[in-house]
Design a binder for this molecule. Structure first.
Ligand code: AMP
Length: 208
């Protein structure tokens, strides 16, 4: 199979992470979440993490040059040589232009989700220190990660005041990427207001 360099596009809470997590083992390529990488950097107290924390907590974007350094370092790892699924990168036109110069994208999946679904998903979303994501509506134990059993918490930026800003930032800075990739003829729209399984099937069909 040709190398697949996939970008998951869509608003916060659109299902990019859940879909990328399922797709990655099916396609045999890594799931690269820049949000997870930044949260790990914050937990480890690295210089990047220390600088990024306040920005993320406000729901704003980490500067493009910082993100490019992070992504270049990640691409240098051996598992990226056969392709990848990017989740949360690019988030600006400048990042997308830089990505074209590094590893040009072959497929873009654009998840379309209505605002009321986004708010429901984010307000019920729980995370654990291993970057697993769950939702209170389907957790047997509301305090434990269903994947690894670690304690769960709500991300600071999933709280209502920050979610509003994240959506505004998405509309202003990231939504223009839809036209950017549509013009290249590599974007497929996927209905995201459906179950994880239904969206997963639609994405597989779109990639075939
Ligand atoms: P996510 O987990 O993808 O929702 O990302 C969480 C937060 O990390 C975002 O709200 C941004 O503050 C930051 N972030 C993640 N990826 C990027 C990126 N590509 N460019 C700028 N900021 C990012």
């Amino acid at each position: 199979m040709n190398e697949m360099r996939i970008v998951m596009l869509g608003p916060p809470g659109g299902g990019k992470g859940s879909q990328a997590q399922r797709l990655a083992p099916d396609l045999g390529v890594p799931h690269i979440s820049t949000g997870d990488m930044l949260r790990t950097a914050i937990r480890e107290g690295t210089p990047v993490g220390l600088a990024a924390k306040a920005i993320i907590d406000r729901g704003e974007l980490v500067p493009d040059d910082v993100m490019l350094d992070i992504i270049k370092e990640r691409f240098a790892q051996a598992d990226c040589q056969k392709g990848f699924i990017l989740d949360g990168f690019p988030r600006t036109i400048a990042q997308a232009d830089a990505l074209e110069g590094l590893r040009p994208v072959t497929h873009v999946i654009n998840l379309i989700v209505s605002d009321d679904v986004i708010v429901k998903r984010l307000s019920g979303r729980r995370s654990c220190k291993n970057n697993h994501t769950s939702h209170i509506s389907w957790m047997d134990d509301p305090d434990k990660c269903p994947v690894c059993g670690e304690a769960v918490f709500q991300r600071d930026d999933d709280k209502p005041e920050t979610v509003k800003n994240r959506l505004e930032v998405y509309r202003k800075n990231t939504a223009p990427l839809i036209g950017y990739y549509r013009d290249k003829g590599i974007l497929r729209d996927i209905e995201g207001d459906v179950t994880v399984e239904e969206a997963n099937r639609a994405i597989h069909e779109a990639l075939e």
